[in-house]
Design a protein around this ligand. Structure first.
Ligand code: ACM
Ligand code: ZN
Length: 539
């Protein structure tokens, strides 16, 4: 084994020296930075006569490439499976090639070769190739008959298997068109998971056929806080706000994401952040009293009661959600659930007695574990925010560590998978600049460099427990983001730094990174993505 590794290493060293010998001084622009990139002399000229060949396994990725190139003013790649030796793009399936998301992209003078063991790797190779093609393709303004692509060899694979971005559509709702645009951006940066936060105190956003009042009542609030939560007196806009995604729209979005190698994790919050559902069905709460869909941000005492009716309701909801989302995970929330009502509720107290539980924290653990069993019975696994550790962690749960890293450390030491999303570094609703002209945000300060420097594996973990840190995620809570333009402003360019944290094995320095970010701005312009130009360092 070791002998083989040494022989291979020497082989790669010789090859690299050979390539270095003929490389020219050329700056990389790719985000996230690939593991290995070696520039060669010459250019491949992609033109209207370039042919392409590919195995059927890569059809989805090749369709993406074809559709991307069809945005030029001329027709490229007109010839298929017609192996021209002097102007050709060849996709190669190599089942022995490292991991499914890994790829090799070799751009020679007459031939581009893309090698991978899976459509995923081929897709990421195409996202890299896309960044080597002029950005005017992005807005359909490229007019030449030829595209010159610098000759190079890129070998690349991700550092983490979970690379996520989240979006809260409960506080503010965004169009299907924008959700697709967001997914497109994630795919371009080699993220593989979109965490769709679908239910909140301020609005329920997914159609559930068995419970129509979730869509007629829970999806709408009468008013929304105007200004900041801390303002006194608080002002409200007194305007009805809301809406939801129909199951047809959800299916369309799920398919759109799948074509881009993105898995969607739906989040159905429980037992807290459920005021909108309780507004529609007051019997789901402890008091049975009517409540309103929340008009203010924050944490509310109206949480689901632990009685049988609630479990029946949630199981019915999960039935419909599990049908819509083919991914392996359902996120059940679990965060910020005040126990005030449970303490006073005879139903909740009788469950505590019946199940021999110590207190309301153990009742939350019972609640989550019971839902976990149900979700497992549907062939899916649960993810929960780190509060699900309180009172005992459900047996197969994956933990999202948001209140710092301690929840993640504890869960990894218990051999549970962990996704790191500590608020200090991964919350993109924080301010990104101290500029006094910044638009209103929730608070906090997370400049670009803070994210760029982020190391998801806490140093407290030994190498065995570190394996349970499966990746990291950026969270986009939208209390203060009422438009998609503002979401983009908060996400870009900080998403670039996060993409390097989760993908890149060889991180460069911040100055080099920001030079790539600045050159990417042209592409964002063509993609009509609104971005901030703040490249703030940690001060
Ligand atoms: C959270 O930010 N409440 C997960
Ligand atoms: Zn109760």
């Amino acid at each position: 084994m070791y002998k083989k590794v040494i022989v291979l290493s020497v082989f790669y060293l010789i090859i690299s020296l050979f390539y270095l010998g003929c490389s020219t001084n050329y700056d990389s622009k790719i985000i996230p930075a690939p593991s290995n990139q070696i520039f060669l002399d010459d250019y491949f000229v992609l033109d209207t006569k370039t042919s392409i060949s590919y195995p059927n396994e890569f059809k989805h990725s090749v369709n993406f490439l074809k559709s991307f190139l069809s945005q030029g003013k001329h027709k490229y790649l007109s010839l298929e499976n017609n192996n021209q030796s002097n102007n050709h793009i060849e996709f190669k399936l190599d089942k022995n090639f490292t991991s499914p998301e890994a790829y090799k992209l070799e751009i020679g003078k007459k031939l581009i070769t893309i090698t991978s063991s899976d459509n995923k790797g081929a897709f990421y190779a195409i996202q890299t190739l896309r960044q080597l093609i002029p950005e005017t393709f992005e807005n359909k303004t490229y007019a030449n008959t030829e595209i010159s692509i610098k000759c190079q060899i890129i070998e690349d694979s991700p550092r983490f298997k979970y690379r996520g971005m989240h979006l809260d559509v409960g506080r503010h709702l965004f169009s299907v068109e924008f959700i697709k645009k967001y997914i497109d951006a994630l795919a371009m940066l080699k993220f593989n998971t979109f965490h769709w936060h679908l239910t909140e105190d301020q609005g329920w956003r997914i159609e559930i056929k068995k419970y129509p009042k979730l869509n007629t009542i829970a999806a709408y609030r009468d008013s929304t806080l105007a200004g900041h939560y801390t303002d006194r007196p608080r002002k409200y806009d007194k305007t009805r706000y809301g809406g939801y995604y129909t199951q047809e729209q959800v299916k369309d979005i799920v398919n759109y994401a799948l074509e881009r190698e993105i898995t969607i994790i739906p989040e159905i919050e429980m037992p807290g952040h459920s005021k909108a559902a309780i507004a529609a069905y007051p019997e789901l709460g402890c008091t049975g009293e009517n409540v309103n869909v929340a008009t203010l941000w924050g944490v509310f005492e109206d949480i689901y009661c632990s009685k049988e009716e609630t479990f029946n309701f949630l199981e019915d909801v999960i039935d419909e959600v599990a049908e819509l989302f083919p991914g392996e995970y359902i996120h059940i929330g679990g965060d910020e659930a005040p126990k005030t009502n449970w303490e006073k509720c005879k139903n909740c107290q009788s469950v505590i007695k019946r199940e021999n539980l110590k207190d309301e924290h153990e009742l939350q653990s019972y609640f989550i574990t019971r839902m976990e069993k149900y979700i497992n019975s549907k062939g899916k696994k649960i993810i929960g925010w780190d509060e699900i550790l309180e009172g005992g962690l459900a047996p197969n749960a994956t933990v999202m560590s948001w209140r710092g890293t301690s929840g993640g450390i504890k869960a990894a030491n218990m051999k549970h998978d962990v996704i790191m999303t500590p608020n200090a570094t991964c919350y993109l609703d924080h301010y990104q600049s101290k500029d006094t002209n910044e638009p209103l945000a929730i608070g906090g300060y997370t400049p670009l460099e803070e994210i760029f420097n982020y190391e998801p594996i806490p140093e407290e973990l030994d190498s065995e427990s570190s394996k349970y840190i499966i990746g990291a995620q950026g969270n986009v809570w939208t209390e203060y983001m009422s438009t998609s333009e503002y979401v983009e402003y908060m996400v870009f360019p900080r998403i670039f730094a996060l993409s390097e944290v989760v993908w890149s094995k060889n991180k460069s320095n911040f100055e080099e990174f920001t030079s790539r970010v600045t050159s990417f701005f042209d592409r964002l312009d063509k993609l009509n993505i609104n971005y901030s130009t703040h490249l703030e360092k940690i001060d």
